[in-house]
Every structure is written in structure tokens, then in C-alpha cells.
Design a protein around this ligand. Structure first.
Ligand SMILES: Nc1ncnc2c1ncn2[C@@H]1O[C@H](COP(=O)(O)OP(=O)(O)OP(=O)(O)O)[C@@H](O)[C@H]1O
Length: 610
């Protein structure tokens, strides 16, 4: 059983002595693998997990001092009051990268207080001295989250943790830093894409920008969602009317709640939008935090690439999750707040299941996993990262936050055990998968080139045929006839398949390309001598888009087929469990047999005989 906060405070001096003793036996903490400017990047992971613990706050130390009960006064008198300077944290960073944190769990035995150490692992661990800027560099920048969204992928950053652990502190800062860097990054990507796709588009002042950004900001309070960009709402007034927003999946499978979508064209605009929206978020006091966020806040920045208007928009999703509360902290709440708190905890549990299965599926592309994202509104909102049938690549960073106080260690252990399993180890290679022509993920280099060659030849043939038809029409106008089209000839391809997929790359590599990346690679692999100068740009672009479509159609069908076949086997296994194996359903009950024979006779007999 875990001790109460008062109990820990009362015996604080003894726990601090045990902590000092433990620290003296420890080697110095391991730092980051690289300096902050060259922060290393792990390409092979879809989910990155980081731990963060914050420094103690003056007001918290004063509160804990005032919590000392009269019974404990005699003991606490022997210890000096805890200040920021002599503070001893209940959480220690053992290694920053890979992240290893130790939680010191206070206990009590017949012979006095005990401290048990529990170790947890993540990709990164940030101690109290690490600034928001450094966290931004080692997570968002190191994992290229902005560029992923600009390339048409989905980047998601989530903050999880106990109420008052510092989630909003981190997320607000990351949101503003992203707002600072998004537009310069868009300019850079635009210039590169315009250059490589030979598009002459430039705006009036010479700057290039092919992206249009729009922003939505939503808060999920219990089961109800509200728009944080809605005008005329007063967050300080509980009775202030607010229109709930419906969250559902439409017929086409999109989850697009009807929210105010604001276009932004500069960092300043985006920053002020974020500040205004955050002021609309519902907060209330809990035992742990005077300004506790009761809701999940989901900021979505969509990047529309005007150069590829038919491609999916890239997305940056920033989620500041509601504080996970233990019963002790929420029992001072009203029934409504208790219900919201329960609902929040339920959605967090489902989120855990989804993130973990998503991480597994990213690493074992050909095995089947079921991600229960439809179970809950929070995870449904994040469909774009959980839906395996999506063609967009996604990457998620989860930052788990911990309070540094010994009194909060039981909460911290909950947070660490919640977040640590998100980190899924890269599985050992099981060798080359069995080649299946219907599944691009299993193709070897030779078959990938064969597929691309066929695709590009098909496009060249279609282009030559269209050209021939135009010539035939022109000739017909002049009363002439030209030779019929010869479709046995191999017409020159616009794109070199080997340049697009150089050895040893295979279908698996192509499957990880975003739309923009594929098209850019196609432009780099074009064969100029096979193209007429005037139409080269359009020809390459069409061939690139169509080949991308054909490849992704196969990929999607293969994924769905694997899922369906596994689902079928599972359904059959479930049915067998209920009704028994194949022989048993036939052994129907007597009543069923009579009913069955009666109805089947009625159906087979002509009306007159019934
Ligand atoms: N790394 C940090 N350095 C300094 N102060 C911090 C740090 N992290 C958080 N704080 C402070 O701690 C307090 C609680 O932080 P914050 O409101 O971000 O917590 P939270 O996890 O979002 O809580 P809730 O879930 O209740 O909203 C704030 O006053 C914040 O300024």
C-alpha cells in the first residue's frame, strides 16, 4: 500500500537521508549521445517516448511544510525545512539517452521508513535542468516533425502526466517554437520542391511558398468536445454558453469535426491564435495544481501543398492531455468534475492501448494488429495516426511528465509505467519476407524495378497513344489518314526506375515515401532525352502521381487483405469457441431442426400446397 502525502512529509528527513545514501552509491548520470545541435535521429521508430521531470516550485515546498501534522512536528523539528536549494527529488535521471529514470518509492516497515527504487526506460529522459528549448531540439527538431508534416505526413506530439507535472508548460512552449519555425521551414521546402520539380512559380516578392496553413483547436472535456477558436465565449464563466462539437467518422472514413478553421500566413498570426485559444481552455483547481486543465487540448495545423493539390494534407497534431488524477486528488471535485475525471482516465487508458499497438505495427509491417481507436473520442480524433489503412506516414512523440516530489512518487510510478511500454524495441530481423507480388512490402529490388518499369512504360504508351490520336484528328481535318497506332513498340519512359529505386532499395523503402518525396524523387530520376522540353514538367508529374497511386493502391489492398484474412480466422475461432467446431452447428437442437425443416418446406413448396 502506498503511503499518504502527509505520512511522507512527516518522515521527510528520514527519506532524504535514505536518498543521500542511495545517491552516494551511484555513478554519474549518463548524458545525451550528441550535443543539442547535432541531436541524433532514430529513423526506424514511429513512436518516440521521452520522460521529463520538472524542478520543485517554491509554493509547493511551502505547502508541504504546512501539511506537517502536529504528531509529526516532534520528528520534523529535527530536520531543517526543505528549500529549493537543499531539495532532494523523488525521481532521478540515470541516463539521458537512452532514457532511464528511477522512481524512489517511499514505504514504511516495522523498523522505519524504506525507499524502493523502480527503474523505467524510454528513448530520452530530461531532468529538471533541461529547458524547453533543448527539449524542442531533441524531440521536434531531431525527429524532423515539421518536415514530416510538410512532406504530407502526420506528426503528433503528446504530453501526458499527473496533474501539475508540467504538461502545459512543455506543450505551450513547443507550440510557440513550432509556430516560430514552421514558416521558415515551409519556405525552404517550397524552394526545394519548386526547384526539383522545375516549377517556375514564385510569388511577387520573390519568396517561394507553396503551402497553405490552417489551424483548428479543440478541447475534449469528458465526452464532449468544444471549439477553442469559437468567438464570444467566456472561459471564466461556467454558465457561458458553448456549442458542443460532434466527433464522428463520416461515410468516407474522415474524422473532421465542424471546427472554426483559421488560415495563418505567419509565425506571429499562429502565435497569437494559440495564445487566444489557450485562454479559452477550461481549468479548475485541484489539490495538485491551482490551474489544472480538465480537458484534452488538441491543436491541429494542416499544411496544404498547392503544388500537389490532390495529395493528402500534412498535419501537425499537438495534444496536451488532461492531467491523470488519482482518486485522492479528485475527490474534492463536484460530481460533474468527477465524471469528467473518470472519462479522462478512460480515454487515457485507451490511448495507451492505441499508441502501443501502433508502435508495434510500425516495426512489424507485415503482421496484423488491431488498433482500437474507434473506442473513444480522443483516439478517434487521432485516427490519422492510428489508422493503418491511411497512406500517410506518421510519427508520434510522447512526453511523460513527472513531479519531482517524493510525495508524488506513487503518481510518478503510474505515469512511468503508463508511458514506458510505448517504447517498443526494434524487432530482430526475421530474414527476408516471402515475396508476394500483391504486397509491395515484400518485393525485392528486381521485382520493384520490374513493377516501376511496367508502370512507366504504361504511361509512355498512353501518352504516345494520346499524341497519335491528336495527330490522326489533325490529319482527318485535312482529309488525310495516318498509319494506325502501333502498340507493340516500347515507347521511351519519362522516368528511370533504377534511379528512383537504386539498389539495394526495395518496395519496402518505396512504401515509406511520402507523396511529395516520391514526386521529388521522380523528377530527380527523369530521363531528359526522352522528353520534349515544353511538356517535360507535366509528363513527369503525371507519371509520378499515377505511379504513386498504383503503388499505394497495391499497398493498401495488401494491408487490408492481411487484416481481413486475420479477422476472418479470428471470427471463425470465436465462432468455433461458442458453437464448437464444424460438426457441432449441424447438431442443432430438436426445436431448431423442426423449425428449420418447416420453414424450408414452406419456401420450397408452391403457394397452393402451403
Ligand atoms: N520545467 C519547468 N520549470 C519550471 N516550472 C515548471 C516546469 N514545468 C512546470 N512548471 C510549473 O509547474 C506548474 C504546473 O505546470 P503545468 O500547469 O504545466 O502542469 P500540467 O501538467 O499541465 O497540469 P494540469 O494537468 O493540471 O493542467 C506551473 O506553474 C508551471 O509554470
Amino acid at each position: 500500500m502506498s503511503l499518504s502525502s502527509q505520512n511522507i512529509t512527516a518522515n521527510q528527513h528520514l527519506y532524504r537521508a535514505l536518498l543521500t545514501q542511495w545517491e552516494s552509491t551511484q555513478p554519474p548520470a549518463r548524458g545525451f549521445e550528441s550535443s543539442v545541435d547535432t541531436a541524433s535521429r532514430r529513423e526506424d521508430k514511429d513512436v518516440i517516448v521521452a520522460f521529463r521531470t520538472r524542478p520543485p516550485l517554491e509554493r509547493e515546498l511551502i505547502r508541504f511544510e504546512s501539511e506537517k501534522t502536529p504528531a509529526s512536528d516532534a520528528e520534523s523539528d529535527v530536520s531543517e525545512p526543505v528549500t529549493v536549494e537543499n531539495f532532494k527529488a523523488g525521481i532521478s535521471v540515470i541516463s539521458a539517452e537512452p532514457g532511464v529514470m528511477v522512481a524512489h518509492v517511499p514505504g514504511m516497515k516495522w523498523n522505519g521508513p524504506t525507499l524502493t527504487q523502480k527503474t523505467f526506460e524510454a528513448d530520452l529522459a530530461f531532468g529538471p535542468q533541461i529547458s524547453n528549448d533543448e527539449i524542442y531540439q531533441r524531440t521536434v527538431q531531431a525527429h524532423d516533425m515539421i518536415n514530416l508534416a510538410l512532406e504530407g505526413g502526420v506528426s503528433c506530439i503528446m504530453a501526458y502526466g499527473q496533474t501539475g507535472a508540467g504538461k502545459t508548460y512543455t506543450m505551450e512552449s513547443l507550440e510557440h517554437l513550432i509556430a516560430r519555425d514552421l514558416f521558415p521551414a515551409a519556405e525552404k521546402t517550397s524552394a526545394r520542391l519548386l526547384d526539383s520539380t522545375q516549377d517556375a512559380r514564385k510569388n511577387e516578392d520573390g519568396a517561394t511558398n507553396i503551402f497553405e496553413f490552417s489551424v483548428t483547436f479543440l478541447e475534449l472535456l469528458g465526452k464532449t468536445a468544444y471549439d477553442l477558436l469559437e468567438q464570444g465565449y467566456n472561459p471564466d464563466d461556467e454558465t457561458s454558453p458553448r456549442k458542443p462539437v460532434d466527433i464522428h467518422e463520416d461515410k468516407a472514413g474522415f474524422v473532421r469535426p465542424r471546427l472554426v478553421e483559421t488560415n495563418v500566413t505567419s509565425s506571429e498570426e499562429l502565435n497569437s491564435l494559440i495564445t487566444n485559444a489557450l485562454a479559452h481552455r477550461r481549468v479548475s483547481a485541484t489539490a495538485r495544481n491551482a490551474q489544472s486543465s480538465r480537458s484534452h487540448a488538441v491543436l491541429t495545423i494542416r499544411a496544404h501543398n498547392t503544388l500537389l493539390p490532390h495529395a493528402d494534407d500534412g498535419e501537425l497534431i499537438l495534444v496536451d492531455l488532461a492531467g491523470s488524477e488519482r482518486y485522492d486528488d479528485s475527490k474534492a471535485h463536484s460530481k460533474l468534475l468527477m465524471d469528467q475525471s473518470r472519462e479522462n482516465n478512460k480515454s487515457l487508458a485507451n490511448l495507451k492501448e492505441c499508441v502501443r499497438t501502433r508502435a508495434k505495427s510500425g516495426l512489424e509491417a507485415t503482421t496484423f494488429v488491431h488498433i482500437p481507436f474507434r473506442t473513444n473520442k480522443l483516439t478517434l480524433l487521432l485516427k490519422s495516426i492510428f489508422d493503418l489503412e491511411s497512406t500517410r506516414l506518421s510519427k508520434t512523440i510522447v512526453i511523460a511528465h513527472m513531479s519531482p516530489h517524493l510525495q508524488d512518487t506513487p503518481h510518478s510510478v503510474n505515469t512511468l509505467s503508463y508511458a514506458s511500454p510505448f517504447r517498443v524495441d526494434v524487432p530482430k530481423s526475421r530474414g527476408t519476407p516471402v515475396m508476394n507480388k500483391d504486397d509491395p512490402r515484400t518485393w525485392d529490388h528486381v521485382y520493384t524495378i520490374e513493377f516501376l518499369t511496367k508502370e512507366f512504360e504504361k504511361r509512355s504508351l498512353a501518352r504516345a497513344k494520346a499524341g497519335h490520336q491528336a495527330q490522326a484528328k489533325q490529319a482527318a481535318l485535312k482529309g488525310k489518314k495516318i498509319r494506325p497506332f502501333d502498340d507493340t513498340i516500347k515507347y521511351p519512359m519519362a522516368i528511370d526506375p533504377v534511379k528512383l529505386c537504386p539498389p539495394p532499395k526495395t518496395g519496402k523503402h518505396l512504401a515509406r515515401m511520402y507523396t511529395a518525396e516520391w514526386i521529388e524523387a521522380c523528377f530527380k530520376a527523369q530521363i531528359p532525352e526522352n522528353l520534349e522540353r515544353t511538356s517535360a514538367h507535366d509528363v513527369v508529374k503525371t507519371a509520378a502521381m499515377e505511379s504513386y497511386g498504383a503503388f499505394n493502391y497495391l499497398l493498401l489492398t495488401a494491408r487490408t487483405k492481411t487484416r481481413n484474412s486475420v479477422m476472418k480466422t479470428r471470427k471463425k475461432a470465436a465462432a468455433d469457441e461458442i458453437y464448437g467446431t464444424s460438426a457441432r452447428p449441424r447438431a442443432m437442437s430438436l426445436v431448431n431442426c423442426i423449425l428449420y425443416s418447416f420453414t424450408s418446406r414452406c419456401i420450397s413448396l408452391p403457394c397452393s400446397q402451403r
